[in-house]
Design a binder for this molecule. Structure first.
Ligand code: FES
Ligand SMILES: [Fe+2]
Length: 349
């Protein structure tokens, strides 16, 4: 079982991922929950998404091009409408052919753009078309260009990637660089959590005194960390009237590969100026997590039992419950019940 979240908006791409020039201009390939998807931009600037597998003989549309009639497959030139996914042209057919191209269809996905972020509605029903029941999430500053844009492809199931991201106990071991924190600086912490839309938040607080990187921002930073299904984590740091938004999208590709995209948006002058340097720090973090995932895979291939213990692993438990309740709501048609209750979690890190 791949066990992915359905009937929800997934992070698809950044608007700037879709090139305007060059070969396959306007087309971009992503893989979400076992489906390759071609995200494209029409002449008029509007965005579409369709399954990136040509129904003829499987060539990816993302390697093709855009024509007036739609997306043209690079292999035999079949053209598909970007709105409804119907085939509009099969160039090899003769005048008297009995084949009706419009009966051939490709799956299309609803797309929405909030600021620079393109979201894809991923439905359990492959034939779903129309309006998704709720809009994609909106975050501050996402209308600006990110000052840091990084990513990594992890060799693990999305659940391990998400849990690894929200796990507070690995920091002093996996991320023990001098500018962040060390085992020696470990101390007991108590953080207030509360339920949020499709997830939960570590309520606004002053960041840990052992996080050197926050000191750069000056003033008294206040940070709020949120998580929501399917795998969107944000850290919203405020210093006076300035904001830094760290946005992380964790997206399953298949059962053993997960894509992480890490973006920083800000209107904080110093953070902006230092972003080339800070990007190195962010990259170090992602690499360290990736290395740990590869180590963990050495154990996971033997399918061992795993443990989630005490408050340090409570967010992981919430994640599993959120997923379960979400799936249940889709199956029964009843409203989704957020399993998270407001409480304080305590751990040492
Ligand atoms: S594989 Fe796409 S047109 Fe043949
Ligand atoms: Fe980490």
């Amino acid at each position: 079982m791949t066990d992915f979240v359905h009937d929800i908006w997934y992070f698809g791409a950044l608007a700037s991922d879709i090139p305007k020039r060059g070969r396959s201009a306007g087309l971009h390939r992503v893989i979400i929950a076992g489906e390759p998807i071609c995200i494209g931009r029409r002449e008029d600037g509007s965005v579409f998404a369709m399954r990136d597998i040509c129904p003829h003989r499987a060539a990816p549309f993302s390697a093709g091009c855009l024509t007036a009639g739609g997306v043209q497959c690079p292999y035999h030139g079949w053209v598909f409408d970007t709105q409804d996914g119907r085939c509009t042209e099969i160039p090899a057919l003769t005048q008297d052919s009995a084949v009706a191209p419009e009966k051939i269809r490709v799956r299309t996905f609803p797309v929405a753009q909030t600021g620079q972020i393109l979201w894809i509605w991923f439905s359990a029903d492959k034939r779903f078309s129309g309006e998704p029941p709720f809009p994609p999430p909106l975050f501050p500053l996402v209308e600006t260009r990110p000052v840091i844009d990084d990513g990594v492809r992890l060799n693990c199931h999305v659940d391990h990637a998400v849990i690894g991201l929200m796990d507070p106990a690995h920091g002093p071991y996996v991320h023990k660089q001098w500018w962040w924190r060390s085992q020696a600086s470990m101390h007991e912490k108590a953080k207030a959590f509360e339920p949020r839309e499709r997830g939960f938040a570590m309520a606004a607080h002053s960041p840990s005194s052992n996080s050197a990187a926050y000191k750069l921002l000056g003033g008294k930073p206040v940070t709020e960390i949120t998580f929501q299904l399917p795998g969107i984590r944000t850290e919203h740091i405020r210093v006076g009237d300035k904001t830094v938004l760290s946005f992380t999208a964790v997206t399953p590709e298949d059962a053993t590969h997960t894509r992480i995209r890490q973006l920083f948006f800000t209107d904080h002058g110093l953070f902006k100026a230092l972003s080339p340097v800070l990007a190195f720090g962010a990259k170090a973090f992602l690499r360290q997590d990736g290395d740990m995932v590869d180590l963990q895979a050495q154990g996971l291939r033997f399918d061992p039992n795993l443990m989630l213990i005490e408050d340090a692993d409570t967010q992981a438990k919430w994640y599993h419950q959120l997923k379960k309740n979400w799936a249940k709501a889709q199956q029964t048609g009843k409203p989704f019940v957020n399993p998270v209750k407001a409480r304080t979690l305590r751990w040492r890190s």
